[in-house]
Design a protein. Structure first.
Lengths: 219, 204
């Protein structure tokens, strides 16, 4: 059943490619705007790169949060999922995972290409990819809580950013921090371990919190 | 056996109904009557456990449905106002996925058979968005053919259906009741299920 929901959401994403592509292009454009506006100052760009890429990833991931539950809510499938005789938290985890596969993974794959614009060295690119790989699922999982809380509200899109962005800050600090540490020649493992810890904690708590908020939103 | 005692429902400042009592035995159909806005849908949602009653308790074979949780849900199929079909999926994918999510995996042959029964033969591979309102309803109701649940809660199942489809649903309900099933439904049309006991519940 867990796999059915992932399969369904991926199938829907394939049928509606535009949703996936807008998120990805948003990420690409935001990241590319900075080198264009700052100019070819390599040292400045290199220092900015981790922060810019991470902030763009954050915003891109948030952009698609509104659709995470709202479509299912509007056509009644969310109601049916609530009535499913299997764990609702597991279903929600499946949905968050599908969201990550659709929005997070393309960002991770695109990041090294974009990093070249900032003249990042190869090992820094590698750390960037690893940090995004650990961090973007956390964004999807935390974002799911926000999306569930604002489900069915007017102006939910703005509200979800106010709710979720502050919670993204630790991920941002340690994600960008890992790349900065690597470029400064310091060990970056601590940052990545912390990101891994965030991931584990959110894997355990987020589905449960999201499921409870959805139950309240659906009443 | 599903039993509701002293159920009350409040929406905002308005009390929709109070002191609703009923007992539903196996093989019985309960039709909920009442004018628009009398709380029929709210009552059905409460019976599903989607929302909580302001007062009162619902029990399934003597145990509260909240306590039973997933065990109660495994006996239940609910079809509400919203059809629960995904516009971008084909009819066949829709029924297979919605059944799987309801904990009942079906083969493609089973799905095709159910769709054919509902008069959707030849439309299996169309995306649901091109279907008419009545056809969507048929897709949603096709789930009843493949589910193995005992209690069906149907909110206006006959809305948008043509005469032929209404007859199909009638036959389907009769078959389910003959199998010791239970049905709770709201409808403004008159539905005749002969030879089975029917309870009427009136909401003021």
């Amino acid at each position: 059943m867990f796999f059915w929901i992932i399969k369904r959401d991926l199938l829907l994403a394939v049928r509606r490619r535009s949703d996936v592509l807008t998120t990805l292009f948003f990420f690409v454009i935001v990241v590319s705007l900075f080198p264009l506006s700052v100019g070819p100052e390599m040292n400045l760009l290199r220092t900015m790169a981790p922060g810019v890429v991470w902030v763009a990833a954050l915003l891109a991931s948030m952009l698609s949060l509104g659709r995470l539950f709202s479509n299912d809510y509007l056509d009644g499938t969310l109601e049916q999922m609530l009535l499913s005789p299997q764990s609702f938290s597991l279903l929600v985890l499946g949905k968050a995972l599908a969201h990550w596969l659709v929005t997070g993974v393309p960002l991770v794959l695109m990041a090294p290409v974009l990093g070249i614009q900032y003249d990042l060295p190869a090992d820094a690119l590698f750390v960037l990819v690893v940090s995004l790989l650990l961090g973007t699922p956390v964004l999807s999982l935390i974002g799911a809580i926000g999306a569930a809380l604002t489900l069915g509200l007017r102006g939910g899109g703005v509200l979800v950013s106010l709710l979720v962005l502050p919670l993204y800050i630790p991920v941002l600090i340690f994600g960008a921090g890992a790349v900065e540490a690597n470029m400064a020649g310091v060990s970056f493992e601590a940052h990545l371990s912390l990101l891994g810890a965030f991931l584990l904690v959110s894997l355990v708590f987020s589905p449960w919190a999201t499921a409870s908020s959805l139950r309240v939103s659906m009443e | 056996m599903l039993q509701g005692s002293n159920l009350a429902c409040v929406r905002g400042d308005r009390r929709l109904f109070k002191d609703v009592n009923f007992t539903l035995e196996a093989g019985t159909l309960m039709q909920v009557h009442g004018p628009n806005g009398s709380g029929k849908t709210s009552l059905l949602r409460i019976l599903c456990g989607l929302s909580n009653p302001a007062l009162g308790e619902i029990t399934w074979n003597g145990t509260g449905i909240r306590t039973l949780g997933y065990e109660y849900l495994s006996n239940l199929t609910y079809i509400g106002h919203l059809s629960g079909t995904k516009d971008d999926l084909t009819v066949l994918e829709n029924i297979r996925i919605s059944s799987a999510l309801a904990g009942m995996q079906i083969t493609e042959a089973q799905a095709r058979k159910a769709l054919a029964y509902m008069g959707l033969k030849g439309r299996e591979l169309l995306p649901a968005k091109v279907l008419s309102q009545g056809q969507r309803r048929r897709v949603a109701l096709a789930r009843l053919l493949v589910c193995k649940t005992k209690l069906w809660i149907l909110d206006e199942p006959l809305a948008a259906l043509d005469v032929m489809a209404v007859k199909l649903i009638q036959r389907l309900l009769e078959r389910h009741l003959a199998d010791e099933g239970m049905v709770i439904m709201t409808t403004h049309q008159d539905i005749e299920v002969t030879t089975f006991s029917k309870v009427n519940l009136k909401l003021a």
